[in-house]
Ligand binder design. Structure first.
Ligand code: ATP
Ligand code: MG
Ligand code: MG
Ligand code: MG
Length: 482
């Protein structure tokens, strides 16, 4: 099946179960001070879960454009280095707002994967929440019973609070979840190490595909949990991961979601995909990042020097530098990838084609401007790396990172990435001091992104504990309850 067919089959399946198919919300969030980008399918339904808005339909399904590059979900470092985390990805989801609950969610997830897509049942593991005595939450026996109708007990795994209990923030709706993992290893490997030992262990071939969240509690300000009068289902499945499973590939990047773009990068750079680990990582990063940048621009977020715009600029500069260093691409080229991107994603997201010229223009301008200073910055950085190593130091002066930022346009995370490739780190504190000293722009001290959402309060139960990260004007202030 092609990626398009897989996406359609998901929507058709849930339509046949009386779900209303809705559009993806924009990936760029404009009206929520606690969230810059959509990071999960359920974001657009937040008010329904909070009880602030009625559900228009009791059952809904869609494919949602998500971006995970900041706050609680930041997968940026993984992208390109592993084969299953992207910055932007599509999350397939189905929801019940006070309608069906665990039984249907579990039965239908299983039916879709094993009967519609015919995934070999013996490759699948499921997890249930093991409970948490300290928090007074019981093991999810109910989910266990429903899973037992489909899965032998040795492939039902207990999961901890980190992986198997979802909370919107410090307070609000929450509940246990069940994840579905797929073991794509060869039978020899499976004999050596049982799959259950590798679930949620970052193994490249034992990967999480679907998360079924059962929202059944409300966490109150005092930390206690009360059962919700109306229970909800919120599921999210990684589309690119699913395509990889169905297409029998070793990597998301080997599916038809990414291959056309990767092949184009390969032809522009005249380097084969598979040539070396470094050039492969670079191609994967670029293929990932051009999607993110294109969809961000399409959704109205241009690269800029602050907030969400700077996140997009950082991603773009990261791609330019990977191309420059590892593929020897020293001129703008990213706009040339758009026809391939549109060929793979344009049918599901026609807005891409409509905004093609704008994307091309913006990307080219950004590349031009960064390429003007990139080589001088890299030469400077190379010298610093050499000096630091010769002196047997591991930590690079924060002032240097600041100069690279200020004069050469190197986002801090880019400098850190290059240093990491050379076994070095930067003194962040010094960088921040420099940044503070130079600061002329107003601070935005209100945005909080420690969870999927953080409810901003003015009461004194929260104390300021520091900056989450700092780049240009992005100052995410962390609070914790006191
Ligand atoms: P992981 O443990 O692999 O990081 P997660 O538990 O953080 O995933 P969820 O928040 O449960 O992910 O999101 C639901 C689904 O979205 C996951 O089961 C996975 O298939 C997919 N997914 C999550 N993050 C990414 C990503 N960065 N790129 C691609 N797919 C992702
Ligand atoms: Mg994750
Ligand atoms: Mg997980
Ligand atoms: Mg998960």
């Amino acid at each position: 099946m092609t990626a398009s067919e897989i996406r359609n089959s998901f929507l058709t399946f849930f339509e046949s179960k009386q779900h209303k198919i809705v559009d993806s919300a924009p990936m760029v969030v404009k009206d929520d001070p606690t969230l810059m980008f959509t990071n999960a399918g359920m974001n657009q339904f937040k008010d329904i879960f909070l009880g602030n808005a009625p559900a228009k339909f009791p059952r809904v399904a869609n494919s949602q454009k998500c971006l995970r590059v900041s706050g609680k979900h930041n997968d940026l470092e993984e992208v390109g280095h592993d084969t299953y985390h992207h910055t932007m990805f599509e999350m397939l989801g189905n929801w019940s707002f006070g309608d069906y609950f665990k039984k249907e969610a579990i039965d239908w997830a299983w039916e879709y994967l094993t009967e519609v897509l015919k995934i070999d049942k013996s490759c699948l593991y499921v997890s249930i929440f093991e409970g948490d005595a300290k928090d007074g939450i019981e093991r999810d026996e109910e989910a266990l019973e429903y899973w037992k109708n489909h899965v032998p007990e040795n492939r039902i795994i207990n999961g901890n609070k980190k992986d198997n209990f979802w909370e919107m923030g410090d307070t609000g709706p929450c509940g246990p979840c069940s994840e579905i993992h797929v073991d794509l290893r060869s039978s020899d490997e499976k004999e050596q190490i049982p799959g259950e030992n590798l679930v949620n262990k970052d193994h490249p071939e034992v990967i999480e595909v679907w998360n079924l969240v059962f929202i059944q509690y409300n966490r109150k300000a005092d930390g206690s949990l009360v059962p919700l009068p109306q229970k909800h289902v919120d599921t999210g499945m990684g589309f690119e991961r699913l395509c990889r499973v169905i297409q029998g590939k070793m990597s998301n990047y080997d599916t038809d979601v990414f291959q056309p773009v990767i092949q184009k990068i390969s032809s522009i750079s005249d380097i084969k995909y598979g040539n070396s680990p470094e050039s492969d990582i670079a191609m994967r990063v670029i293929a990932d990042h051009i999607r993110t940048i294109s969809f961000a621009i399409t959704d109205g977020q241009l690269p800029s020097n602050n907030k969400a715009g700077y996140v997009i600029r950082r991603i773009l500069r990261r791609a330019v530098r990977y191309a420059y260093t590892f593929l020897d691409l020293k001129k703008p080229f990213m706009g040339e990838l758009l026809p391939e991107l549109i060929a793979t994603m344009g049918t599901a997201y026609p807005e891409l084609e409509n905004r093609k010229e704008l994307i091309q223009k913006v990307v080219k301008e950004e590349e031009d401007s960064f390429l003007r200073t990139l080589s001088t910055g890299i030469t400077l950085l190379d010298k610093i790396i050499k000096d630091t190593r010769e002196n047997d130091y591991k930590v690079v002066d924060g002032k240097v990172a600041f100069e690279l930022y200020d004069t050469f346009g190197f986002p801090l995370d880019l400098t850190e990435l290059i240093l990491k490739e050379n076994g070095l780190v930067v003194n962040r504190k010094e960088f921040e001091t420099e940044m503070e000293a130079q600061k002329t722009r107003a601070r935005n001290a209100a945005a909080v992104e420690t969870d999927d959402w953080v409810v901003l309060t003015n009461d004194d139960t929260e104390e300021f504990i520091g900056y989450d990260f700092l780049d240009s004007e992005i100052q995410l202030v962390k609070y914790r309850k006191v």
